[in-house]
Design a binder for this molecule. Structure first.
Ligand code: NAD
Length: 435
């Protein structure tokens, strides 16, 4: 087996890292965004080559096939992945994505982001991610359950309460986590701590469902304060109105901001005076999309990104803002609720224009923070109140924000670089002590 060396870095990451300033380069595939960001940070902090080598590639990758007998009687073969990036600070932790575009490269980069995220909010966990290439919107509940149980059996040997703990991500939810817990329990006995994001009835934590949106709200609030944007009356557009986007919308609106536009995979809606969120949610639940909501103007997802707003929150998939559309973006601040929504070349252009980009590993870390609380509650078999969960989340998110902001000021570097170096410092320290 060949050994891993620095030359294994993706070419775009290598060339990027060799440049002292980072001029625009052609748009990268989503799965290289995290690698490039890592390399820029590692170079900036002069991280030793040995530690870089360990952190650049995942510790373990599982690729499995999951045959499922579909409702029409046909056997369909699905491909699933679990990638464990790094566990020097604690067990592997990360979501599970069910989406037709999932591939092992994407899962790999999302797994690495989890390592940086858990370190940044200082929870004793590492980074992992999983996914199955499928379209859950076209599958029946029975088919989804069969797929989830089959996938759980196939990756069972890599899971464990102190080894690897999955959670929901795009296309999965509390119900999927319940099936994983149930399937795992058949072999290992009652083990609620094997997944987080479970239904509260089955040992899930109060506050987990809204945690990523709540964390997004806390970071948006703090950044608006720091950068002189009055959140009261601020105009906000959100791409993606799923778990994260919907909760972020609700909680940011509670601070007095106007959510003027939201979207989902089918398109977006705009209401210049501010959307009625309760009615929008009702409409989405009834019809499956925000599109068609009475009293709103329809826009495409591309047009939503170009709206004249104070705050733009990409909360759908990676690669939303690229070299191709960044010049149209007019927001003063971009809040990365999704993972990797801004490519490094677009990031450079935004930086040059003075647009504040709040990085994903900080903004959306509220989910894994409350997942950590859920895991702790399961291990102790003791339930926290909703209030305690929200308070503890608030404390950790504000602490992470302050650490990133003060590093940004101290070193005169962009927020993303400050977040990555803060996190890499912690991971590297643990790695040095172990190896
Ligand atoms: P979700 O499946 O609940 O919602 C995704 C939303 O994005 C839906 O409204 C969907 O219609 C929309 N969407 C999908 N494809 C789109 C496209 N091409 N254009 C526009 N909209 C599109 O997923 P989620 O859990 O809300 O996750 C959203 C993002 O946040 C992902 O990048 C995910 O990795 C990240 N994230 C989620 C969590 C969590 O706790 N759920 C935690 C951290 C990060």
């Amino acid at each position: 087996m060949s050994s891993t060396t620095l030359t294994d870095a993706p070419k775009s990451a290598q060339s990027k890292s060799n440049q002292s300033s980072h001029p625009a380069v052609p748009t990268l595939p989503v799965n290289e965004i995290a690698c490039t960001q890592f390399q820029i940070a590692a170079d900036h902090m002069k991280l030793e080559r040995e530690i870089q080598m360990v952190l650049r590639t995942p510790y373990r990758e599982l690729t499995v096939q999951v045959p499922v007998r579909m409702d029409n009687g046909e056997l369909q073969l699905f491909h699933g992945y679990r990638v464990q990036h790094n566990a020097v600070r604690g067990p592997y932790k990360g979501g599970l994505r069910f989406h037709h575009q999932v591939d092992v490269d994407e899962v790999r980069s999302l797994a690495a982001l989890m390592t940086w995220k858990t370190a940044l909010v200082d929870v004793p966990l590492g980074g992992a991610k999983g996914g199955v290439t499928c379209d859950p919107t076209k599958m029946s509940r029975h088919e989804l359950q069969q797929l989830t149980r089959g996938f759980t059996q196939k990756i069972d040997m890599a899971l464990g309460v102190y080894r690897d703990i999955p959670a929901p991500d795009v296309g999965t939810n509390a119900q999927v986590m319940a099936w994983i817990m149930d399937e795992y329990g058949k072999k290992h006995g009652y083990t609620p701590a094997i997944v987080t994001g479970k239904p509260v009835n089955l040992g899930g934590s109060l506050g987990r469902e809204e945690a990523t949106g709540r964390g997004t709200m806390v970071i948006t609030r703090e950044a608006c304060k720091a950068f002189g944007i009055d959140i009261k009356g601020a105009r906000v557009a959100i791409q993606g109105f799923g778990n994260v986007g919907m909760w972020a919308a609700k909680l940011i609106a509670e601070l007095g901001a106007k959510i003027v536009a939201v979207s989902d995979v089918q398109g977006g809606i705009v209401q210049d005076g501010g959307l009625d969120l309760e009615k929008t949610i009702e409409h989405m639940r009834a019809t499956g999309s925000v599109v068609g909501m009475k009293g709103t103007r329809e826009v495409s997802n591309e047009e939503l990104l170009a709206l004249d707003v104070d705050v733009l929150i990409p909360a759908a998939l990676g690669g939303a803002i690229t070299n191709a559309n960044v010049d149209q973006v007019r927001a003063k601040m971009i809040v990365e609720a999704a993972n990797s929504p801004v490519t490094p070349d677009a990031d450079d252009k935004l930086l040059a224009r003075g647009v504040k980009v709040l990085p994903d590993i900080l903004v959306n870390a509220g989910g894994v923070t409350v997942s950590y609380f859920e895991w702790v509650q399961n291990l102790q078999q003791f339930h926290w109140s909703h209030e305690k969960v929200n308070q503890e989340l608030e404390v950790r998110m504000v602490r992470a924000w302050k650490a990133v902001y003060s590093r940004m000021e101290r070193e005169n570097i962009p927020l993303r670089l400050a977040a990555f170096t803060e996190s890499l410092d912690r991971v590297a320290a643990a790695a040095r002590q172990r190896y």
